[in-house]
Design a protein around this ligand. Structure first.
Ligand code: ASN
Length: 326
């Protein structure tokens, strides 16, 4: 795991977002932003009511903690020293989602969680990256990926239905046409797609797809469960939006055995000292058996509203490498 500590000047190259206070104000005042936020509000409403209907309880997110998702790709450190303790801004609530299910009375939980990931400025070109964004982070106890897929398929369909019903005028103003996807959503194996389409398979399938779809099995962080009989096979997944909009959700079944967690951390050269308390919990056999995933809110809204760049779905864009005005 590489964590870069770089000078702040790195972040001020090649700005393409708002360059001045005036442009940033115009960005906020744009009528398009109003339509987009109305779509977002309805999508979030659909998610909350789907969760409520299925007995998934909501907990408030935390944004500073001694241990957070290590992430498996390069990023800059975002932490502060507070009363002798180093506290990190949340990169994802994965560890806290697992810990929250220690409560015997809670077996399904979700958070609307802000994440801060100070990634490379080059990512602004993708149109899909914000260094500050939010995800709907969901976790279920004693369930499998099959259960999660069934649940999430229903949630995705309910978002489409609600948004199409409540925001017909907004979608029209944005010149966006949506259609409710057919369930179950298609499920692909990454190995098959790689063989058929090469390394760029995610992009290619997302471009040709008409409905969201799942891809199974990615080598990622230590916490996604690897098959013991079939090393190199991970019981995890992503959902992708169609029409080339790319990744929507990522998640998986989780490791719960201490031995596996330590082995995977060592394999990924994770600094185990940075996960001391989590490892104390796992060494006592307390990590619950869970499955879950996180749905990126801004990426969802970008897709639903048909925006080219993700900066356009936020009032206060946080695009890697771009100058921030407000
Ligand atoms: N939310 C993701 C998950 O549930 C973790 C992440 O965002 N890195 O697996």
């Amino acid at each position: 795991m590489v964590i870069y500590h770089l000078a702040l000047s790195v972040f001020s190259v090649n700005d393409t977002g708002a360059q001045s206070m005036k442009e940033a104000v115009l960005h906020i005042k744009s009528e398009k932003r109003m339509h987009i936020l109305r779509v977002q509000s309805s999508a979030l409403m659909a998610i909350h009511s789907y969760m409520h209907k299925h007995g998934v309880v909501q907990s408030m997110p935390i944004i500073l903690s001694p241990e957070t998702d290590p992430l498996n790709h390069p990023h800059f450190d975002a932490s502060v020293e507070y009363y002798g303790q180093r506290l990190h801004l949340t990169k994802s609530m994965i560890l806290h989602k697992q810990l929250s299910l220690l409560n015997d009375g809670i077996d399904k939980i979700y958070f609307m969680s802000p994440n801060v990931r100070l990634e490379d400025g080059k990512l602004k070109e993708t149109g899909r990256h914000l260094f500050e964004f939010s995800q709907v982070d969901i976790e279920f106890k004693d369930k499998t990926k099959k259960d999660f897929i069934r649940f999430t398929d229903g949630m995705i369909a309910s978002i489409y239905k609600f948004v199409m019903r409540k925001c017909a005028d907004d979608l029209k103003a944005l010149d966006r046409t949506l259609k409710v996807p057919k369930l179950p959503l298609k499920v692909y194996e990454s190995e098959d797609l790689r063989k058929e389409l090469g390394e760029d398979f995610e992009k290619l399938v997302s471009h040709r797809a008409e409905d969201p779809f799942w891809i199974m099995n990615f080598r990622r962080e230590f916490y996604d469960r690897e098959d013991k009989e079939r090393r190199g096979y991970y019981h995890n997944y992503d959902i992708f939006w169609p029409e080339g909009y790319g990744e929507a959700l990522s998640g998986g079944e989780r490791e719960w055995e201490h031995k596996e967690i330590v082995r995977k951390m060592a394999e990924r050269k994770t600094n185990m000292k940075a996960f001391d308390t989590y490892l104390q919990v796992s060494s006592q056999g307390l990590i619950p058996r869970t499955v879950g995933g996180g749905l990126g809110i801004e990426r969802m809204v970008r897709y639903l509203t048909g925006q080219k760049h993700i900066r356009d779905v936020t009032l206060f864009p946080r695009v890697p490498g771009e100058r921030i005005i407000f």
